[in-house]
Ligand binder design. Sequence first.
Ligand code: SAH
Ligand code: SF4
Length: 423
Amino acid sequence: MIEPSTAARVPRPSKPAPDSRPGLSGLPDGALEAWLAAEGQPAYRAKQIRDGVWRQNIVAVDELRTVPARLREGLERDFRVDTIATDEVSVSDKGLTEKTLHLLSDGALIESVLMHYPARGLGEDGRPEHRERHTLCISSQAGCAVGCPFCATGELGFGRDLETAEILDQVRHAARRLAERGARLTNVVFMGMGEPLLNLDRVLEAVAALSDPRRFGLGARHVVVSTSGVVPGIRRLTALNPQFTLAISLHAARDPLRDVLVPINRRWPVAEVVAAARDHARVTGRRVSYEYVMISGVNDTDVDADALAGLLRGDLAHVNLIPMNPVAHTPWQASGPQRVTQFAARLQQGGVGATVRRNRGQDAGAACGQLAADRAGEPPALVVAHRREVIVRQSEAALRGDRSVERLPADLESAVAGRAGDR
Ligand code: SAH
Ligand code: SF4
């Protein structure tokens, strides 16, 4: 979730040359052992290096004190210990939310958000009923081709896929900061910039590293992968029977409106997305989460609630209602608290479980992607005005029930072509 294209708005004088050395954290299982063998090094060094990467969260080879200098030189020559050049952290919510803008080696900017949830309530045994949690929201792509109009990342457009190590190094950076205060990361959600199912191979490699006890060691049950509805990708996941939670960003239960709010709907409409999610829940036995960003007067009426309840009733599913974080290029506002509560109650009466989620980090730049957008500078007023006008026109037509006749935007068409996880 981010704002209009950095490239479109601020011409970069010269792009740093991309570093072709693979990131250490993204190496597939066995690759380190093969490299050590080729270097004539003993196999037990693999564990020392892995522990450095995953327990110590090293960001420079000098921090790897357990291995000899010659081996450190070899590692430095062939790999990047860290794929992130710099971090800029902004703290909000009285310290409970930390947004980080990460600069990658080729100049791309991505974001992650670390959210702290203190322990809550005391059980009969005097222990907290909800243990302290530290959840990290990470990016899978720089920018996003899907182009949801309420999303700051969507406005940025597509930059590029992240490498596996670039996904994982966001996690290692957060874990490193947490370790300084004696805490550990408890949950990772793929809800930052980008569409994870359009970079699925790397996302799967990253999840494998996160849940591998020899690497990050986080149970897959503590991972959520969110998608805007890339149906072949969902079906591919289902076949793998993963232990992580699948979240679907629905935002509208009716096609005409979802065509506007989540443009990939023109390729895979609501019924196909929900059918794939339903099969996923049946095969994996795991409940699917539906995300529903609430936009005042656009998708928050009783008619929308009833359509949503009708769609999901009887499914192994749960809806998270999220009042929209305001973004510069839309005229839309978040639904008011009362409307959100009424919408949730109506869903529940209709037989569908729903929870209202609080927005985090509004004072640190609202939705994920806004730090990068701010860095890119405000788009010209005329561009913003035009964008707003188009969004209003499209959503008014959608609210009348007119199905969009627009094709997929060209960059989204090419992003989904052959990259949607079809095998
Ligand atoms: N591309 C994937 C994952 C990243 S977006 C997806 O869409 O599922 C993660 C979540 O943030 C999505 O549910 C998205 O709809 C939500 N989001 C984006 N912009 C938002 C905004 N302005 N306010 C609240 N949530 C937003
Ligand atoms: Fe934003 Fe997700 Fe839509 Fe992409 S798919 S534009 S990241 S909400």
